[in-house]
Design a protein around this ligand. Structure first.
Ligand SMILES: Cc1ncc(COP(=O)(O)O)c(C=O)c1O
Length: 351
């Protein structure tokens, strides 16, 4: 395995299933759509961050750390799962939540991920600015200094690419190996892998893993946080570093990096009509739950690629479901957006 020399703690239920979305594929009258169920990685409601944490925490433990620190949005899945991993492994944990999304209802602050964080007894700090990666990281490093002075051994998992080695991407190099094996077992020829791209940890890991294994399947990254130019630079920088870490320098080039920011609007964690339609279609045709910040936007992107004729009926596309479903409970207005008044009326009739 490409990642063997790096310490890893086992947290995830893998391999995750690769399922066919028959009804959605028929409905869209396009390629056969497959879903890689990384929403089912096991730990505390799962998601992509579990695979990433296996390597961050592997590094932390190999360095003798006893306290994890990390930062994220109020509805951060990464923060929820860092707390869960710490609880499981008997480590101390402190987290920081950034006020990244304006204009939300009270549920955004109380339900879904923040609810689960509190359920696990997390020590939560707040950072008032939403779009300040370096500032959020500095606040974490300052807190780590205090913990160190008090005799603890903190390990910071920062936000910004400038502040850390992308150990988390190794989890997605491993996922690329897993996917290629699943394709081989089913004799599948895959024509594209679609995923949401935020910190780019997942995107860089999948891309460098595939290319390191000699596989040229295109990887389509739909932006969830920043515009496609900035995101492409971020993906390339991270994938270049990861390719070096796994002993395959130069396997990812600029031409391998594909990003699209059309589904991001109006911004991180904010709703739009394409996203609502993607959530509705997957829930009603497949019983597949997506989230409003990441997977819903990436699925909206995939639907757009299909309806605009980018893939044909004889092709196969994989959607990487990265999780995030607890966030659904932080957006009570979703139902109205997805169904108009009908769902509200159905609820009233049933009561
Ligand atoms: C559910 C979910 N999907 C996708 C992403 C984006 O993954 P990455 O940060 O590795 O780009 C995140 C990141 O927070 C996430 O929580």
């Amino acid at each position: 395995m490409l990642t063997d020399k790096y310490p890893r703690v086992e947290l995830s239920h893998t391999p995750t299933p690769l399922e066919s979305l028959e009804n959605l594929s028929k409905k869209l009258d396009g390629p056969r759509i497959w879903v890689k169920r990384d929403d089912c990685t096991g730990l505390a409601m799962g998601g992509n961050k579990v695979r990433q944490l296996e390597y961050y925490i592997g590094d932390a433990i190999s360095k003798g750390a006893d306290t994890l620190l990390t930062t994220g949005a109020v509805q951060s899945n990464h923060v929820r799962l860092t707390i869960a991993a710490a609880r499981k492994l008997g480590l101390e944990v402190e987290v920081q939540l950034e006020k990244r999304v304006d204009g939300r209802q009270q549920e955004y602050y109380d339900s879904g991920n923040p609810f689960l964080m509190k359920l696990m007894g997390a020590k939560i700090h707040y950072y008032p600015v939403g779009e300040d990666e370096e500032g959020a990281d500095s606040a974490l490093f300052e807190r780590a200094d205090e913990i160190r002075k008090a005799g603890g051994k903190p390990y910071v998992i920062p936000l910004s690419g400038n502040n850390h080695v992308p150990y988390g991407s190794l989890g997605y190099v491993r996922c690329a190996e897993e996917l290629l094996l699943q394709f081989q077992q089913r004799s599948l020829k895959i024509d594209g892998i679609v995923l949401p791209t935020g910190s780019a940890t997942t995107h860089a890991g999948v891309l460098s893993g595939l290319r390191a294994l000699g596989c040229n399947i295109p990887v389509y990254g739909f932006c969830v946080r920043r515009d496609q130019e900035a995101q492409s630079q971020r993906v390339l920088a991270k994938a270049t570093e990861v390719a070096e870490m796994i002993g395959c320098p130069g396997v990812v080039t600029k031409n391998d990096v594909w990003t699209d920011d059309r589904m991001l609007r109006p911004g991180y964690g904010q709703l739009n009509d394409d996203l609502l339609e993607a959530l509705r279609l997957n829930a009603t045709c497949e019983g597949l739950l997506l989230d409003p910040t990441y997977t819903g936007k990436a699925m909206a992107g995939l639907i757009h690629l299909i309806t605009s004729g980018h893939f044909n009926r004889n092709q196969n596309v994989v959607f990487l479901h990265t999780g995030g479903t607890p966030t659904l409970f932080g957006y009570p207005e979703l139902l109205q957006g997805m169904f108009g008044d009908t769902q509200t009326q159905a609820t009233l009739l049933a009561s």
